[in-house]
Design a protein around this ligand. Structure first.
Ligand code: CDP
Length: 220
């Protein structure tokens, strides 16, 4: 069985998908991490992504593997576990830019479909229900207001010992939403058959329970 969760940055997709997969015994697949790994490579190599030749060369040098240790997804970029490094804000911003490129999306499409074909998965991202897994048994579009999403990201960074500026975070989120929703290829949008969940005023547990109830409903 495949469950697709799409939605904008900071809607809580990864936390919720992780908890729901644990309860259901599914594999959690974080596709954003794959885009982030590519972005990290492009940043580290100062690749000019507007130069098609440079981009193709960089992509040909990138190998991404997904491995699971204790049910936690690790992203391996050319043999290195980059699971922590890809979490920086600069990597997320670059991921949003490079994810608009067809060459980048093509590189990850097969990997994502292959994992979903072989496992019961909850896969989260931007185009899972619309493009990667159009036949997923359950599709969720998870969103929340920009203010709530910025506050969540702010709290996360404070928790990590950083002193972020909430206005910069909000601007980044708005910019990323715009880029993700307005790109030509596989833009972020709610699939016609997706269930809309607005988590602005829901707790994590409430959202997880709702997804599990929806999944149980599908079985009946
Ligand atoms: O964690 P957060 O929601 O901030 O972002 P993410 O899920 O790690 O994804 C980072 C970026 O990768 C997004 O802003 C998207 O532009 C891109 N992405 C995508 O285009 N398609 C996906 N299936 C997943 C991520």
């Amino acid at each position: 069985m495949n469950i697709a969760i799409d939605g904008p940055a900071g809607a809580g997709k990864s936390t919720i998908a992780r908890l729901a997969s644990k309860k259901l015994g599914f594999l959690y697949v974080d596709t954003g991490a794959m885009y982030r790994a590519i972005a990290l490579y492009l940043l580290n190599n100062d690749t000019d992504i507007t130069d098609k030749e440079a981009l193709d060369k960089a992509l040909s040098e990138i190998s991404i593997d997904i491995v699971y240790a204790d049910e936690v997804q690790h992203v391996i970029l050319n043999g290195d576990d980059v699971s922590s490094k890809i979490r920086e804000e600069r990597v997320g911003n670059m991921a949003s830019k490079s994810a608009a490129l067809p060459e980048v999306r093509k590189k990850l499409l097969f990997l994502q479909r292959d994992i979903a074909a072989k496992n019961d998965v909850i896969m989260d991202g931007r185009d899972i229900g619309t493009n990667i897994l159009p036949n997923a048994e359950l599709k969720i579009y998870l969103t929340a207001s920009v203010e709530v999403r910025a506050k969540r990201r702010y709290d996360e960074l404070v928790e990590k010992g950083q002193s972020p500026d909430i206005n910069i975070i909000k601007d980044d989120i708005e910019k990323r939403d715009y880029q993700d929703m307005h790109r030509e290829i596989a833009p972020l949008k709610q699939a016609e058959d997706a269930v809309l969940l607005d988590s602005s005023y829901m707790t994590i547990e409430e959202v997880v329970e709702k997804i599990i109830a929806l999944k149980e409903g599908k079985k009946a």
